[in-house]
Design a protein around this ligand. Structure first.
Ligand SMILES: [Zn+2]
Length: 261
């Protein structure tokens, strides 16, 4: 392809905005930070959010919707890739939205004992009782041009959404391939089954290679494209930590975590 894609992008009758770009990192001492990708798709009469991020992203998420002229009530549909806390815990902020998650994922998540995985037990339990919940399976065309593929490994019933456009496709991998490092190496951090994860990543390589110009969005990294067979990131990282080491609130230290893409 001559020009790399830019977001917002128009594919398959949807405008795609990356509301929150995922970040490929975790803390050294304090556990996961869960900075995950949140995507907005608008088209075919729907306002669709793909995943919701974790608690910490609530304010920026609301702000970014507001900048686009949207309120939480405008979101008609919420697609949930899998049942980890950094992707689902904000679902209740969108009271009008229909909810979608994998059938296998919901059964698996509800069977997880507390503390063994990143499943937020009470949220999953509440989600399972939502009257507007639809359980998805492989091959479902959830919306026009948007189909469901299974992507197990990171969790048992992780979903990958594939948007088919006129000239190219967008593969919403989320945590089926969290980072470029996972996608390129085909080895995964945080998986319940490394062999399943590897098979899922092979499948996503096929999806990415299927048409020139295809784009893959991982759950904790920037979008990826293929250029001469090499995986390239699209866009720039923008992340940092604001620390208060001093004696006043004004005394702040900024740690730039952007790194170069
Ligand atoms: Zn996850």
């Amino acid at each position: 392809m001559s020009q790399p894609p830019a977001f917002p992008a128009e594919v398959g009758g949807y405008r795609i905005d990356i509301l929150v770009a995922g970040y490929p990192g975790k803390s050294t001492q304090n556990g996961g930070i869960g900075w995950s990708t949140v995507v907005l798709l608008r088209g075919h009469g729907r306002v669709i959010l793909l995943d919701t991020g974790g608690f910490g992203v609530r304010k920026p998420l609301m702000h970014r919707l507001q900048v686009l002229g949207l309120t939480p009530a405008d979101v008609t549909d919420l697609l949930l890739s899998h049942a980890h806390w950094d992707h689902i815990v904000n679902y209740q902020l969108f009271p009008q939205a229909r909810l979608y998650i994998g059938r296998i994922e919901m059964d698996w998540a509800r069977s997880m004992p507390p503390g063994e995985t990143a499943v937020p037990e009470m949220y999953v339990e509440a989600l399972s009782r939502e009257p507007g919940l639809t359980l998805l399976e492989e091959g479902d065309e959830v919306f026009p041009n948007l189909r469901v593929e299974m992507g197990p490994g990171h969790t048992l019933g992780h979903l990958v959404f594939v948007l088919t456009g006129d000239t190219h496709d967008v593969i919403f991998a989320q945590d089926a391939a969290k980072t470029r490092a996972e996608f390129v190496s085909k080895r995964t951090d945080m998986t319940i089954d490394a062999a399943l994860s590897e098979a899922t990543i092979e499948k996503m390589w096929s999806l990415l290679r299927a048409r020139e110009g295809n784009i893959l969005l991982p759950g904790h990294d920037l979008p990826m494209i293929l250029v001469d067979g090499e995986v390239r990131l699209v866009g720039q990282r923008d992340a940092g930590i604001l620390a208060s080491f001093g004696m006043s609130l004004e005394d702040q230290t900024v740690f730039d975590l952007s790194a170069t893409a």
